[in-house]
Design a protein around this ligand. Structure first.
Ligand code: BG6
Length: 459
């Protein structure tokens, strides 16, 4: 064995409620922004496919959990849908949802698969969005209340909690770049939503600590490293601003309990600071996490801007940098994303050197492939490219652990090919192939390979 991983290393995969459950208009669930947006603009979704049925985990959870077991999962992350549990966002709890999540958690525990539960994966209940979503401070309290309900209902069996998955993505998608509802383009409103998400996170952590719930609480961040084109000070400055805006805007408050001063100064200088109320800083300080989930897919390469900004263009992060396509970069041609395995090691090193080496795990890493059926041979997807992708990342992860990083697991995105927001089923990521017509699940070559890796705790 060339790469042996630490004892109790967590092997598994990640998914989310909206992307897998289906039954999105059944079982007493309230509408989320995804149900609503689809009704308004079905054309915004790849091939016009909604999450209404997703990959039918709602009805098939039991056999699906068996499939996890079959490929050696000892842990699995999914999320609880706020709109399923509390259909209006506040108020009445939906008993059918309580039963469903109890069944899922019980089944995971019975199969010795540790449940990692996230409380928010891009899925604002529509009733909450109607009153402003995370722009409205009332929604922060509603979210913290939802978190508390979850801790009380499921905290006896769930010991790994995560407040948010990639909280910067709804900020980017919903308030800057028009790829999530409510399709606003406004930096100051985006900054407010980001800031309020940090406050909502801290409120949930406070609830968690007050209940003395067994286990840990954390957050899952997409820590895409920002690599400068060169060591030229202008390129370095561009990369530093990206790091502040896209990584440190959530990493610093959740690990250190405070924002980087440099980020505050930058937003102040451009009149983009959200409203800060008395008590906010104390609250943020109470939101420090126990564990961090790291999602990593691709690096962000940037350079100094080459052109002046149009005087009437709205203020954007891109006022400070241009994207840079490094010649010779390795690509995943099936998704158009760069593959840079060392990124995972750089993230771990940064966490070790600058963030107190807190316990962390790779909560998402994966390779999306459009038109994956073309790799079908005798009924099985021969995804050697995915095996190579995972292996490459695990080698760098192993090096990080060897050098002292406190990384305790690796989860692939995702378990069964699932519905992915406006991309719907365009890019396939699963260990299991999903036949959309029959809902049949078939293990890919990577799933069988992963079972061996998990069994041997290395490769
Ligand atoms: C991750 C998200 O960043 O990317 C997932 O957490 C998402 O929810 C995944 O499904 C893949 O995205 P895409 O656009 O390639 O399907």
């Amino acid at each position: 064995m060339n790469y042996q991983f630490p004892k109790n290393f967590r092997w598994g995969s990640a998914a989310s409620s909206t992307q897998t459950e289906g039954a999105s208009l059944e079982g007493g669930k309230g509408e989320s922004i995804w149900d609503h947006w689809y009704k308004e603009q079905p054309n915004r979704f790849h091939n016009g496919v909604s999450s209404t049925n997703a990959s039918t985990f709602y009805e098939n959870y039991k056999s699906d959990i068996q499939l996890m077991k079959d490929i050696g999962h000892n842990s699995f992350r999914t999320s609880i849908s706020w709109a399923r549990l509390i259909p209006q966002g506040t108020g009445e709890v939906n008993q059918e949802a309580v039963d469903f999540y109890n069944n899922v958690i019980d089944e995971l525990v019975a199969q010795n698969i540790e449940p990692f539960i996230c409380l928010y994966h891009f899925d604002m209940p529509m009733a909450m969005q109607e009153i402003g979503g995370f722009e409205n401070r009332e929604v922060l309290d509603a979210y913290a209340n939802f978190a508390e309900v979850c801790f009380k209902l499921f905290g006896d069996r769930v010991h790994s909690w995560f407040t948010f998955n990639e909280p910067i993505v709804p900020v980017e998608g919903g308030y800057l770049y028009d790829f999530h509802y409510p399709n606003v383009v406004d930096f100051k409103r985006a900054a407010t939503v980001a800031y309020h998400t940090v406050l909502a996170h801290a409120k949930a952590v406070v609830k968690f600590r007050a209940l003395n719930t067994n286990g840990n609480i954390g957050i899952i961040l997409n820590l895409t490293p920002s690599y400068p084109r060169s060591q030229n000070p202008a390129d370095l400055k561009a990369a530093n601003i990206c790091d502040l805006m896209f990584n440190r805007s959530f990493l610093d408050p959740s690990v250190k309990g405070e924002y980087p001063q440099e980020l505050i100064e930058l937003l102040k200088e451009h009149d983009q600071l959200p409203v800060i109320l008395e008590g906010d800083c104390e609250l943020i300080a109470q939101g420090k996490i126990d564990v961090l989930g790291v999602n990593y897919y691709q690096p962000r390469r940037v350079k100094a801007r080459e052109n002046a900004i149009h005087p009437e263009a709205p203020f954007m992060p891109e006022h400070f940098f241009d994207y840079y396509e490094m010649p010779g970069r390795k690509m995943n041609p099936h998704r158009g994303w760069e593959i840079y395995e060392k990124g995972v090691y750089d993230i771990l090193t940064n966490l070790r050197e600058n963030y107190g080496n807190l316990p962390c795990y790779i909560s998402e890493n994966g390779m999306g492939v459009e038109g994956e059926e073309k790799f079908l041979v005798d009924g099985q997807i021969q995804d050697d490219y995915r095996i190579e992708f995972i292996r490459g990342h695990l080698e760098w992860l192993h090096k990080g652990i060897d050098e002292g990083s406190a990384c305790f697991g690796y989860h692939l995105w995702t378990f069964i090919d699932n519905w992915s927001w406006s991309n719907a089923y365009k890019n396939r990521y699963g260990f299991y192939q999903l036949d959309l017509k029959t809902q049949k699940r078939s293990v890919k070559k990577s799933g069988e390979w992963f079972a061996e890796v998990s069994k041997n705790n290395g490769f």
